[in-house]
Ligand binder design. Structure first.
Ligand SMILES: *[C@@H]1O[C@H](CO)[C@@H](O)[C@H](O)[C@H]1NC(C)=O
Ligand SMILES: *[C@@H]1O[C@H](CO)[C@@H](O)[C@H](O)[C@H]1NC(C)=O
Ligand SMILES: *[C@@H]1O[C@H](CO)[C@@H](O)[C@H](O)[C@H]1NC(C)=O
Ligand SMILES: *[C@@H]1O[C@H](CO)[C@@H](O)[C@H](O)[C@H]1NC(C)=O
Ligand SMILES: *[C@@H]1O[C@H](CO)[C@@H](O)[C@H](O)[C@H]1NC(C)=O
Length: 490
């Protein structure tokens, strides 16, 4: 039995077809736990409550999974979803979970569940292929239905394990599985079988034999190069290997030459399979372009070209983080991702979609608090960023540091700060000893609460008190002011 743990970034994975076997398949290990704990709780708060958040809700293809349904294959273990005896027709699809705690709700990245399989070849008899010596032949593989898409192909001649060697004259396409012989010789007579192998489920299947019957010719004719394998327009992700295939029939056996239009071949290239494959290792954006192959022999030339484009998964340039803002303050949440094509950004608040490219709040209210997620997606992938927005409100409070004497130079200028923690923003008043202060030519009370005194005089010495008040309450803080330098100037 195959156990596959889904990693946080992994989107798709395959399971061997389990329908005939018993057993429990542990899907999404660590996945929902990550979301329900780390994101909602651990990351957010040092004083996070120790109890588990509510059990997550799981969805399949965006529909709630009814865990209590009789005969259900589903169960929960610590937030993880477990599917027992999964069945291809019932359990294939896109899974996501919603986790809720006291701060809000987040929804997980989707994970798609697929079953790996490779059916048997069709049992239909294969027709014999009759070819004149010197002509080319194509034997079709026609692989059976399978998942995932990637198969590797080989051909055997007459009996296992006599694999057909691949040389300039013979080629097996790793895309279609077809066997190409550019120029048939009498020694090619025999029975051929295509073997398709799925590396992900370690299974191989054989086709029925195809008899190849070369027809003897008195004088063997020559034929011009004729490209039969032509690589398609190809898109790959940065860092992946790209394989392009070209193969031609013809007598004499044609030579294949690879080129890139308007440029040279990138230095990370390799030519394999006697010229029939061009491999671009660890593809980079600059490897994009139009590639061509020429097939040439004495009788003529054939030519093909197609485009290769290198693209990339979304990646964060900037994303939201846990934030605490004051009531009635302004705030903008923004997320920015790179990728090719350029990813689209979507937003969720407590698991529900929101509109807009960025979220702008003017005058935050307590309703704006919650769990926010931004999602960047292009055709290659999707990434999530999760953050809690807390909206702070409360009566003014001064930090409990010891009262500091304020020193002011005689004839100079001094600013006494008044910075209580408060939301919404308080109103400020100042007093000196028992006298209430107001703006004058020498004194001003700033917008942020600070008191500025210009042209300081010895008579300014005293106890200055800042009073801050908002809807939730009030507080005060007192600073003694000492004028310095007064003895030096007589
Ligand atoms: C979920 O959606 C996929 C793709 O649309 C489909 O193939 C699959 O059968 C669906 N799964 C279920 C259980 O309906
Ligand atoms: C190919 O298969 C046929 C039928 O099974 C058999 O008669 C024939 O001898 C085989 N040819 C070779 C070259 O093995
Ligand atoms: C291939 O690339 C060329 C040059 O960039 C462009 O003009 C052409 O439209 C592309 N063709 C396709 C099918 O993408
Ligand atoms: C004092 O003046 C400043 C500008 O210099 C102004 O922002 C502030 O509101 C004034 N304070 C009072 C109490 O009038
Ligand atoms: C200043 O604050 C203290 C508590 O920090 C309070 O006891 C006192 O009454 C306040 N003074 C005035 C004048 O409000």
């Amino acid at each position: 039995m195959l156990h596959l743990a889904l990693l946080f970034h992994l989107l798709a994975f395959s399971l061997a077809d389990q329908s005939d076997h018993g057993g429990v398949l542990d899907l999404f290990e660590g996945h929902c736990r990550y979301l329900s704990f780390l994101t909602l709780c651990y990351h957010t708060h040092p004083q996070c409550p120790k109890e588990h958040p509510q059990n997550p809700r799981w969805k399949l293809n965006n529909t709630d999974i009814d865990l209590s349904k009789h005969g259900s294959h589903y169960s929960l273990s610590g937030g993880n979803l477990i599917i027992s005896n999964p069945i291809r027709t019932e359990h294939v699809g896109k899974y996501s979970c919603l986790a809720t705690n006291m701060y809000g709700t987040v929804i997980s990245q989707e994970a798609s569940v697929q079953f790996g399989y490779l059916d048997l070849f069709s049992s239909e008899e294969r027709l014999a292929v009759h070819v004149k010596e010197g002509q080319g032949a194509v034997l079709l593989c026609a692989p059976p239905p399978h998942y995932p898409g990637k198969l590797s192909f080989r051909w055997i001649l007459n009996e296992f394990p006599t694999f057909i060697p691949l040389d300039k004259r013979r080629f097996v396409s790793q895309i279609t599985g077809n066997l190409y012989i550019s120029k048939v010789e009498s020694s090619d007579r025999g029975n051929y079988s295509c073997i398709a192998s799925s590396p992900s489920i370690s299974k191989s299947v054989f086709s029925n034999y195809i008899p190849l019957k070369p027809l003897a010719e008195r004088s063997i004719r020559k034929y011009p190069a004729d490209l039969r394998v032509k690589f398609p327009h190809t898109t790959a992700l940065v860092g992946q290997d790209i394989i392009l295939e070209c193969f031609a029939l013809g007598n004499p056996v044609p030579e294949i030459r690879w080129k890139r239009m308007g440029s040279t071949l990138p230095h990370n290239h390799e030519v394999r399979m006697a010229g029939a494959q061009l491999l671009l290792l660890n593809a980079q954006f600059e490897d994009s372009g139009t590639y061509s192959c020429d097939a040439v022999n004495l009788k003529g030339k054939d030519y093909h070209h197609a485009n290769v484009s290198v693209e990339a998964n979304p990646e964060w340039v900037e994303h939201i983080v846990n934030t605490e803002k004051d009531l009635h303050s302004d705030y903008t949440m923004s997320c920015n991702a790179k990728g090719v094509p350029k990813p689209q950004i979507r937003w969720l608040k407590n698991g529900e979609p929101l509109n807009g490219k960025e979220l702008r709040f003017s005058r935050l209210t307590s309703d704006d608090a919650g769990m926010y997620q931004c999602i960047a997606e292009n055709r290659h992938g999707v990434i999530y960023a999760n953050a809690e927005l807390k909206v702070f409100f409360g009566a003014p409070k001064f930090p409990h540091n010891p009262v500091k004497r304020v020193l002011a130079p005689k004839n100079g200028r001094v600013v006494i700060e008044c910075r209580p923690k408060a939301a919404p923003k308080p109103t400020f008043t100042w007093s000196k000893d028992t006298e209430l202060l107001s703006n004058s030519s020498r004194m001003s009370i700033w917008e942020d609460g600070s008191l500025e005194i210009l042209n300081v005089m010895p008579a300014d010495e005293g106890r200055y008190t800042c009073f801050a008040e908002n809807d939730w309450g009030k507080a005060n803080s007192t600073h003694p002011l000492v004028v310095t330098g007064k003895l030096l100037l007589i």
